[in-house]
Design a protein around this ligand. Sequence first.
Ligand SMILES: O=C(O)CCC(=O)C(=O)O
Ligand SMILES: [Fe+2]
Length: 814
Amino acid sequence: MPVDSIGDYILTMLGDTPAAREIASLMGSKVPDATPSVATGGAAAADSASKGFYRKEDLDDDPYAGLGGGGKKKGGRTGGSMASSSSTVPAASAIVGGARVSTTPAKPAKSKAKAATTSGLDGLRSALRPGRHACSCNARRHALLYNCLACGKVICEQEGEGPCLFCGSDPHTTLDTGATDEAAVAAAARFKNRLLEYDRTSAKRTTVIDDQEDYFSHAAADAWLSQDEKAAAQAALDAREDAKAAARREQRLTFDLGRLTVSDARKGGLLGQSMELEVERMCDDDGPPGATGKGDAAEEAAAAAEAEVEARGSPMCLSMHQPWASLLVAGIKRVEGRSWPTEHRGRLWIASTAKEPSSLEVAQVEQTYASRFSAVHASSGGARYDAVMAMQQQVHTFPAFPTSYPTSALLGCVTITDCLTNEEYVTRFPDAEENESAYVFIATRPRTLRVPQRISGQHKIWQLDAKLALAAVQALRPVSSTWDAKPTGPSQPSQASQASQASQASQAAPSPVARGGPPGLRATAAPFMPPGLSTTSATAAARAAAAKATDAPITAPTRLDLYGGAVMGDAPHATRAPAPISLQADRRQRLQVLQDGLVLLRGALSLDVQQAIIDEIRELGLGPSGFYTPETRGGSMHLQMMCLGMHWDPLTNQYSTVRSNADGQPVPPLPPALWELVCAAAATASEACPSIPDVMPGVCLANFYTHGGRLGMHQDKSESADSLRRGVPVVSVSLGDACEFGYAAVRPEDTDASQTALGGAAKARTVRLESGDILIFGGPARMLFHSVQKIFPNHRPKGLVLAPGRLNLTFREL
Ligand SMILES: O=C(O)CCC(=O)C(=O)O
Ligand SMILES: [Fe+2]
């Protein structure tokens, strides 16, 4: 097809639109001059009849529709209303709501096509049909009037003013609604202005200035300084760094190996105290290595005092035959017997003699200790207890036997806390290993040397070379020694200590021990206290005594001493051996079923057993993971708490292996003897109330309430979903002053009847819990709400040694 014809074809197919004309003229067609005023709004209507370009659909429906569709030709004017005009009409101003179409005769196509080309799209905007017609040009072809306020459609001149041809809404109504509401218009204007203001100031407002930078960077990087100030600050910084570097080059340090100190010659002062202290802090008899001592000022003071005593005096050493020497520093053997007493307290180095033990001798001794461990282990719940503790990673294992028993060697050290006559030893340590010597040295905090040092020993307790001791201290390794029974018992000063003191008093110069050191390290008439805890307990005792006088709650950070300032000697039963922790024989006769699943074992514990439990808890409570006052989101609790087995965090309501909300300390294990007691109590309760299942307690919360103490209504529900679902009981042991214990199936202020499904009365009831009672709530009563409403001061068994108040232990299975 010739190119000309293509142009014609385009005009035929696309209609006489300016765009089509332009294309056709580019293709070389002789485009007739449809309108003299393409650029000013004229339409092709006038010439369309002769050229056949004008099509009805193009105008009736959509100006763009003609581009794609065919249709019948239509000649002449489009309607009587069509105005005749040869002038150029400003599109936007002259034509609103109507249309003006030029009737000017056609001019040569070429020049008009050119005019269309030069005028561009502006020229297209004026092609209007008379009247209002729906148009989808989006004001690209016709001049823009406004947007429909209802549907947003772009209204062009072709559509004209009036109800929207798309959605039908009337702009006047729409506009009127807003326009008459002056308040709304003003608010909208304010809002608009605010947005514009935000936009204008956005960069300024969103600039981040890091205030913290001051703390973490030097002045030269301070965002608040000007360039000059920054430069000055940088110069000062450089000068300081230079000065420091110069000073470092001149540093002279003096290591005093005798006094275990490091000093700076220029400054003329001590830089570091004894390096021993660090090692001392790592080792403790009352918990796993590294678990104690940190952060406890009293213990640090004790260790410092011990080191000071040693620094002034001389390190002391005891020679022992193998295999006992190695077993002592390995924490397997816990005491050492001699025919002579000693006044030595504190660190005692242990050296082995030259006598080689036979393999039979070693095997026999090891066997003796292994069987002893099995006996202690079996009496404390054995495998079932192990299973629970292993789950909580608190495995009680027997310390490993030494792999060798070197002779003539320095092996390690222990801390001597006391020297007892044999009679005293048997009374105070009825469960501990046998020893028939006239005097028994109580050894704690065993530590072994990584590499034993060859040495030739002397008799009795002798002075070790200070330099060797200093080197040895750094090679010490703590060992766990928690497997054996802990010393418990009366608080009289040992006769052996008195004998030592008497002999010491007769000497002209006081011994280092008498001159200094914490009370527990001295041979005084102080009550027996576990090593490392003495200062803490003395301070706590003073505090508790003060609290007793004022009956004020004990909130000081010093650990609570459950003896409350009393000494065990005050108690009538104190001279007797501690009772094995078990239930009273007649417990079944005094059992009360308060409701299904809620059982009270009245008087389940004898006075001696109550005291034994208090003693055990007191010792743990004085330790680094002892009693503290928990903070909840609502403030401090009105009690002091210590957790055993796992730590209950009141902020998260969850259990953790360390005291997550307090001091990060690890949690002491659940004492095996208490574990057994709890299993037995739950078993007794379930005999009377079969809805109560067995319990394998993994955690104990010890709460101490002073006379003003209390605990609000709550459920114990931090345990696992499985434990709660099975209704595994909570076992609660009451000691000391009686209390009013409230319980209810629903929280009293809660009227939600759905909760009565918990069983029992919805109304709160109370029961008085006395010292030695055990309350068990499990099965359908497991989720009971309960509270401690008040403490009855001095309502307690006579002779019980416990600070004024109530001690409660709740045992739960996780
Ligand atoms: O002290 C008591 O008798 C109750 C203690 C208690 O409910 C708890 O520790 O959750
Ligand atoms: Fe509770």
